[in-house]
Design a protein around this ligand. Structure first.
Ligand code: HMG
Ligand code: MG
Length: 308
């Protein structure tokens, strides 16, 4: 057996990556309830929304209201995506202490997602990151399409390495490497991350796996076999990227936490409370979510209830 980390930090992206892709409009009050419930599970990081153009992502057009309405729990880092200076200014007004910038390792996805070339994104984020750091914020950097692009196919790992180094040198505290469309496999994860880890410190690398082909958990385990210990996930498996056709939800947080608990790896997260959040999201979204653990757990509870 490889030696896995003893503790995994889970970066919850359900309220952002999950809800950005839902067809049904979710009332702000439901989002706030959802984020407050997530804050009580033991999660130390919750990505709550995006300060992006409402023309591009109408689902998150209430980002300011969400940010100012949640109850901020001690010990939880709340963050939001920003695509440009305007987004950062709005995040500062909403008193967020952490933002995330994002770009892709393939030109076509970067253009479709942000209407910029990769170089233009780097130039814009150079100023955004500097201002955020000057305002005392933490900045996370996302790199999308790391394991394959829905438009261009294969991605050169050297581009991922270069962009990781660039975002970290600009001041990001960590880079999250995204399998945006969920096409990675565990061997590829080890190969690509191996190249990144040749020059980037392991504590600065997180993985962000979508579960389109059911391989997200296996891919996370492959990353953990290298020592990666920061993992993005989305309660219920909510999510996708509206500018990545075919991308489905992120790895479900409860599936990840349940597997880790079974392996004796700590996360500090209460699985029952997480499942309650998943049930809450499924109710306000109005559809069954893909999480396997939730189905098994809720089914077991219902059977026990019928028998009692
Ligand atoms: P653009 O159309 O080139 O820019 O969009 P623009 O400056 O012409 O702005 C268009 C309109 O949006 C204007 O309004 C601006 O004022 C407004 P109008 O004048 O037409 O009425 N606008 C804004 N409004 C509010 N907040 C802002 C803002 N900026 C402009 N910050 C832009 C460029 C970057 C803004 C746009 O492309 C955008 O917002 N893109 C975001 C797309 C997005 O959020 N994608 C999903 C997140 S990435 C993801 O999911 C992947 C990830 O999960 C990792 C992975 O899975 O790999 C992170
Ligand atoms: Mg994503």
């Amino acid at each position: 057996m490889p030696s896995y980390p003893k503790f995994v930090t889970v970066h919850e992206v359900g309220p952002r990556d999950g809800l950005q892709n839902e067809a049904r409009a979710v009332p702000t009050s439901d989002k706030v309830r959802f984020i407050d419930a997530l804050s009580a599970t033991g999660l130390s990081r919750v990505e709550i929304t995006s300060f992006v153009s409402p023309k591009w992502i109408p689902q998150l057009s209430d980002s300011s209201e969400v940010s100012t309405s949640i109850s901020r729990a001690a010990g939880v880092h709340y963050s939001a995506l920003v695509p440009n200076m305007r987004g950062l200014d709005n995040a500062i007004k909403a008193e967020l202490k952490e933002v995330a910038v994002f770009l892709s390792s393939s030109e076509t996805h970067n253009k479709k997602n942000t209407n910029k070339t990769i170089d233009e994104s780097v130039a814009a984020f150079t100023e955004v990151i500097a201002k955020a750091l000057g305002a005392g914020m933490r900045v996370r950097g996302y790199i999308s399409t790391v394991f394959g692009c829905p438009y261009e196919g294969d991605v050169d790992p050297a581009v991922v390495v270069r962009l990781s180094e660039t975002l970290l040198s600009l001041g990001c505290y960590e880079v999250a490497l995204g399998d945006t469309v969920g096409v990675a496999n565990p061997k590829q994860v080890v190969d690509v991350l191996g190249e990144v880890l040749d020059t980037v410190a392991i504590e600065k690398v997180a993985v962000h796996m979508h579960d389109t082909q059911g391989t997200a958990l296996a891919n996370v385990l492959a990353a953990m076999s290298l020592g990666i210990h920061i993992v993005d996930a989305s309660v219920g498996g909510l999510g996708g990227c509206p500018y990545a056709p075919g991308a489905s939800g992120n790895l479900a947080t409860e599936d990840l936490v349940a597997m880790l608990a079974g392996m004796g790896i700590e996360t500090g997260i209460d699985l029952d409370k997480l499942v309650d959040c998943s049930v809450m999201a499924s109710t306000f979204i109005g559809r069954e979510l893909p999480s396997k653990y939730m189905k098994a757990h809720v089914g077991k509870k219902q059977r026990a209830h019928r028998m009692s």
